[in-house]
Design a protein around this ligand. Structure first.
Ligand SMILES: Cc1ncc(COP(=O)(O)O)c(C=O)c1O
Length: 451
């Protein structure tokens, strides 16, 4: 369609393209050409198995003609409409999101361009609804790269930009059992006590901050890049109860954990909790077009019945993105993709557990649905990570390089390996990826044996 020889893609990109999260002189992008199912190919026809759904977002897999055709048809009919207009796709996509929302209760939907601005808008709405300012969020979290979403983010990506971020965010600790601050001397604490300790910690912070100042608690339902931290039974219900007790709104960030990733439409449904607002992006269109959304209870939207919502986006409810979302949801329904992810959950879990059995550098594995992680450690007793907090190490770099050379596209974050494949993956394809990982982990095993 566009004229550029394959061998010019890299040099021209290096000259003109500015890459995010990267030192520009050191970027080394894969010149990707096409993708289908769980694979993509570079310009040299090298095939990669996509173990990260690109950016944890291509949930239905690559190259689904049904979504592509819906985008093409929408582009031909009406590629854009002004934010104040009503369109067929907007009506249908809003209803579709409302229908799949927890309990069908989040029935008003604001469409954004991605996850960060979904969180920004959720925060604004929560502040306006409650008349309060503070947002409580967790340290092990990522909520997006715009000023408000970055302020809510707990991980070091926030620290880089401080102090020029949105005010009013207070962070608290995650119920992260493997490295639990409260239980170093009592690692075998019961699940119930573990959960209670983290809920008490949260309540104490609510009291210190003053409940009357707190608009919302914003949390990833299952923490993504910060460690696939799966809340213990009772935790989400406990947070919901604290929100109700103190008149605080609960915002679930389902940008990464939503759309089937954990084996349910939204991760929070594992705990039967209905948040007041829920943000989503990524799997909403499986990244066939950019889109985010805030789904909210109608009583929260009603705050703006007579008072205008003084905010907007030129591309809110963009018809092409909404066509992608509608077709994507339809594909997920007709192909039973959420059910498939749920069925593959134990398969992934077993493969992860097997790695734990055979590799001394595997400290812990965790997964829910097709959302998995390997914590790579230098020492199982001390749990010393294979790379430092917010850093890299020669061993983790070598592991990643091995995977890439052997056609496995996998995301490593500090000392962890994330396993987040397209939800259509088969057992055989998962095995194909794990065969590469099995060899790659021999690299980090050597660092254990040597220490
Ligand atoms: C949990 C979570 N929230 C928000 C975001 C931000 O989404 P976006 O990059 O679409 O702005 C991300 C992105 O990775 C995410 O994982």
């Amino acid at each position: 369609m566009f004229d550029l020889p394959d061998d010019q893609i890299l040099p021209l990109s290096r000259e003109h393209a500015f890459y995010t999260w990267s030192a520009q002189a050191r970027v080394n992008p894969i010149p990707v050409k096409r993708a289908k199912g769980v694979y993509f190919w570079d310009v040299d026809e090298k095939r990669y198995l996509d173990f990260n759904s690109m950016t944890m977002c291509v949930n239905i897999g690559h190259g689904d003609e049904r979504v592509i055709c819906a985008i093409q048809a929408q582009a031909a009919e009406l590629p854009y409409a002004a934010p104040g207009m009503a369109t067929k796709v907007r009506a249908l996509a809003s209803r579709a999101v409302a229908e799949i929302s927890p309990g069908g209760r989040l029935s008003k939907v604001l469409f954004t361009l991605g996850g960060a601005d979904a969180n920004e808008n959720a925060i604004k709405i929560a502040r306006a609804h409650t008349g309060r300012h503070k947002i409580l969020a967790r340290y092990r979290s990522y909520h997006g790269a715009t000023a408000g979403a970055m302020a809510a983010t707990g991980d070091p990506r926030r620290v880089t930009w401080e102090p020029n971020l949105m005010t009013g965010v207070v962070h608290f600790l995650d119920p992260y059992r493997y490295r639990s601050t409260f239980h170093r001397s009592n690692p075998s604490v019961s699940d119930a006590d573990f959960t209670l300790d983290y809920l008490n910690h949260l309540e104490e912070i609510i009291r210190y901050e003053g409940p009357e100042t707190i608009a919302a608690i914003l949390m990833e339902s299952v923490t993504g890049t910060n460690g696939i931290i799966i809340p213990p039974e009772g935790y989400m219900q406990g947070v919901r109860a604290l929100c109700d007790k103190y008149g605080i709104l609960m915002i679930a960030d389902e940008v990464m954990s939503g759309f089937g990733r954990t084996g349910k439409w939204f991760a929070i449904q594992h705990w039967g909790v209905i948040p007041d607002l829920m943000t989503m992006a990524k799997g909403l269109t499986s990244a066939y077009a950019p889109l985010g959304a805030v789904a909210m209870k109608p009583e929260i939207a009603a705050t703006f019945n007579e008072t205008a919502f003084e905010s907007g986006l030129t591309y809110t409810a963009h018809p092409i993105s909404l066509a992608a979302a509608l077709a994507n949801i339809e594909v997920m329904r007709s192909d039973k993709i959420v059910e498939h992810a749920a069925a593959m959950g134990p398969v992934l879990h077993k493969m992860l557990a097997d790695q734990g059995e055979s590799h001394p550098s595997v400290g812990e594995v965790r997964s829910i649905g097709l959302f998995g992680i390997i914590e790579v450690v230098k020492n199982r007793e001390t749990k010393e990570p294979m790379a430092p907090w917010n850093g890299s190490s020669p061993e983790m770099n070598a592991l990643k390089k091995y995977c890439s050379e052997h056609g496995l596209f996998v995301y490593t974050h500090w000392h962890t390996i994330l396993i987040i494949p397209p939800l259509i993956i088969s057992e055989e394809q998962l095995r194909e990826g794990f065969d590469v990982l099995d060899k790659a982990l021999e690299i980090t095993d050597k660092a254990v044996l040597a220490s």
